[in-house]
Design a protein around this ligand. Structure first.
Ligand SMILES: C[S@@+](CC[C@H](N)C(=O)[O-])C[C@H]1O[C@@H](n2cnc3c(N)ncnc32)[C@H](O)[C@@H]1O
Length: 197
């Protein structure tokens, strides 16, 4: 997966990394900030996704498409596709451009709109990456976990840097007997929940 990333995709990744870096130095709370995962988290997600069972791959919170590019590597390696949801039109425009430039339109389907308006279309989720506003993590957890196939995984970003805000959801995840749960100290902290058989 990581040894044969195309030149076009690498260029897209570098551009988004540069832009995200500038956003972070700037520090103002602009709505169009990318707020994307670091590269090591992208690698971690791709490795986990590549070992997910049969079923649907989804992402809640596309932004500029950076994490989706990493997940597309797992899709290419395993013959899957990713459906990624983005509610902000400006971000959707950027993500569409990212997917076109990186030539992953056969692997990534962008749905512009609120994730919760599309829940009825979901079934048999094998892998979900949750990276949206922290206030909706609990509701996303409640929707996604029942849809996970055995061995399916829900990964949520920000489990360490937003631990306090996410505490109720983290507590639910650790007490939930449907899943095996761990927080991995990589990037901003990844909550990993794997649905039991
Ligand atoms: C932290 S950013 C995602 C970063 C992206 N995963 C990456 O690493 O490249 C969160 C994104 O979630 C989007 N979002 C928030 N609530 C949403 C919802 N209910 N449905 C779809 N997207 C949502 C925001 O507009 C924002 O672009």
């Amino acid at each position: 997966m990581f040894h044969d990333i195309s030149v076009d995709m690498l260029e897209c990744m570098r551009d988004l990394e540069r832009r995200d870096g500038i956003d972070r130095v700037d520090g103002t709370a602009r709505l169009d900030r990318l707020r994307q995962i670091p590269a090591e988290t992208g690698r971690f997600l791709a490795l986990l996704a590549a070992s997910a069972p049969e079923g649907t791959f989804i992402e809640i919170g596309t932004s500029g498409g950076y994490s989706a590019l990493w997940l597309s590597l797992a899709c290419r390696a395993t013959g899957r596709t990713l459906t990624t949801f983005e509610v902000l039109p400006e971000k959707a425009v950027l993500a569409r451009d990212t997917f076109l430039r990186a030539d992953v339109n056969d692997l990534v389907r962008l749905v512009e709109g609120d994730f919760f308006d599309h829940v009825d279309e979901l079934d048999r989720v094998a892998f979900c990456f949750l990276d949206a506003e922290k206030e909706i993590y609990g509701a996303c957890y409640d929707v996604v976990v029942p849809l996970l196939v055995p061995g399916g995984m829900l990964i949520a970003d920000n489990a360490i840097n937003h631990e306090e805000t996410l505490r109720p959801m983290l507590q639910t995840a650790f007490e939930d007997e449907r899943v095996d749960t761990l927080v991995v100290p990589i990037g901003k902290g990844e909550l990993v929940c794997r649905r039991k058989a």
